[in-house]
Design a protein around this ligand. Sequence first.
Ligand code: AMP
Length: 398
Amino acid sequence: MKILVINCGSSSLKYQLIDMAGESVIAKGLCERIGIEGSKLTHEPADQDKYVVENPMPDHTTAIQMVMDALQDKDHGVITSTDEITAIGHRVLHAGTVYSDSIIVNEDVKRVIKECFDLGPLHNPANLMGIEACEKAMPGKANVAVWDTGFGMKMPEKAYLYAIPYEYYEKYSIRRYGFHGTSHMFVSGEAIKFGGLDPEKAKVIVCHLGNGASVSASIGGKCVDTSMGLTPLEGLIMGTRSGDIDPAVVQFICNKEGKDVNEVLNILNKKSGVLGMSGGISSDFRDIENAKKEGNHLAAVAMDAFIYRVAKYIGAYTAAMNGVDAIAFTAGVGENDVAGRKAICEYLGYLGVKIDDEANNVRGKERVISAADSKVKVMLIPTNEELAIARETKALIQ
Ligand code: AMP
């Protein structure tokens, strides 16, 4: 069975064709600059060279058509007909409070995605365009929506309600949703399997540390808490996002700088995080680390603050679960930053966490990185959201 996984952004579209027999990637690719001049598709069949097509892509329908053409191309293709694709799995950001479990798309699902445009203004419209483009290109095939908020939707009320007048939850569904849900679901599940933990009871903290970053706590794979909120702005310090902040800061900057709320929120989303804290060096953690090594004080503080915030969340989530069996690191920084993982774990000595430096000296590979006598298993688990979406899709259509 071959499943096509689609992840649409407002001007981009990532895809993977996965053979579910061995869970292997047959081909993957990226459409960039959809709706903008200079669009291009980069198609990568497994074990073959990249194939780049530079053609105008005015919309997602054209982009999907180009993906179909690339998949069936006589020289670079991997299938002879779209009949070989059993179903399509889509990463969809938001279903508000309506859906949390993955679902086969029907008219009602599309209506809900549309009704949640205000909750996910950048992603939901693009996600819907991707679904409708696939419906046109491959009529009759099942499209499955896998919600990025799905994992966080399982949090209990005490974790998801904000301490604001309840009517705002009732009227506008304002609550904490959490994002990176597919990654947290996948990595917590893999950590349980790889660590040989009790699938019903294991207390797992996942640190998804990339340009966007979030932490989750789950027991037996069910989310207890997660750090992102109504939007991805809450929680950790990220590449460009501030994470947790006193909301009064927004009013203060508005008054001092003569800006409106939207402008300040844009600053908190796009110009803050390690980029803002470092005085504008970069949103890329490698640049921040390099600047720190060269003696830049603000870069050092930004990196320290990022690590400190992760450690604080791990402490809070250990308390929330009354213990922790495993801590898993994932995403760009979590999978690659050997020193960063060690620095976070140095805060956790009180939990009996001990890192094995040799085991920790690894990038992008599933591995236990804690010492044999560590009271908590610490692991590196590479995330694979596409595979998680493909698995959900397969489970639903069978
Ligand atoms: P992601 O959003 O998951 O793709 O992660 C991207 C982030 O991972 C970028 O900020 C990169 O700088 C960071 N990253 C990748 N490799 C490393 C590394 N070796 N050390 C530190 N950060 C890294």
